[in-house]
Write a new protein. Structure first.
Length: 266
């Protein structure tokens, strides 16, 4: 066969509209996510929702638990019979819904979870805020001077969020080569693809004896940062924060040094 010869006809893959292929892929993804994850808003009207706040399992979910302690759940996200997240809203800000992680999501489920959760909200201008953290012990400073200063909250923004007038300019960006990961990365990717304003806040998480901690200081960073971006209704008193941290202390992923944590002395 002479490969210099021109094709007698247009190759098949160019003969069809690419949009139809993408539509088939999107429908297949939608079907897969609907079968895997069940998002239920318990008859809550989502039409007015314009902001989603997602608390990643760890400091992010502890902060939201302290904020919504004692309040009713307006929605849930399940994978079969396993509860993955619960949803809350505040009477003073009915246009904001907060999603609280109930467990660490497996890596092979994060993209489907992000798609299932966000595709259920109809607002084309939906703003998504992720509350995550970074480990101080693994943080790579952008310059030497930063190594000798107190760790601060960092952020990552999607291209649409960067153009928004309410986007925070007073919060430092998470510098390369530090990266978002897990569900935070999946949510930011979804926002970038669908041209949604998305913002991830990374609070510094200290460590002790090789174990990462959830502290009141880590939680306090969120409240301060949310106030800077116009979400100032999320308030948690110190007693609620302590209770939320204490409840996590004896869990399977405590983030605290507990009585069973063995110390080795040399």
């Amino acid at each position: 066969m002479d490969f210099s010869d021109e094709f007698a006809t247009i190759p098949t893959r160019y003969a069809f509209d690419d949009d139809s292929d993408q539509e088939d892929i999107d429908q297949a993804v939608d079907k897969l996510d609907l079968e895997t994850f069940k998002v239920d808003f318990n008859n809550f009207d989502t039409a007015s929702i314009n902001t989603v706040i997602f608390g990643v399992y760890g400091p992010g979910d502890v902060f939201l638990r302290a904020v919504y302690e004692g309040q009713s759940v307006v929605g849930t996200i399940y994978a079969k019979t396993k509860l993955l997240a619960s949803m809350h809203t505040s009477p003073s800000a009915g246009n904001v819904i907060s999603v609280v992680s109930e467990d660490v999501l497996p890596e092979d489920a994060i993209n489907g979870f992000a798609h299932a959760m966000l595709s259920k909200l109809p607002n084309a201008n939906l703003r998504v805020i992720v509350l995550d953290s970074y480990y101080e012990s693994g943080y790579i400073a952008s310059d030497l001077s930063e190594q000798y200063t107190e760790p601060t909250l960092k952020c990552l923004r999607t291209s649409v969020e960067k153009k928004a007038s309410q986007s925070p300019t007073s919060i430092d960006s998470l510098p390369a080569p530090n990266l978002s990961k897990g569900i935070a990365a999946a949510i930011l990717t979804y926002c970038e693809i669908h041209q949604l304003p998305g913002l991830a806040l990374f609070s510094p998480q200290p460590a002790s004896l090789g174990k990462n901690l959830i502290t009141e200081a880590t939680i306090d960073y969120y409240e301060e940062a949310l106030g800077k971006i116009g979400v100032d209704h999320l308030r948690s008193d110190q007693e609620k924060v302590r209770r939320a941290i204490q409840s996590r202390k004896y869990g399977k992923d405590s983030g605290k040094i507990d009585a069973d944590h063995h110390r080795m002395y040399i």
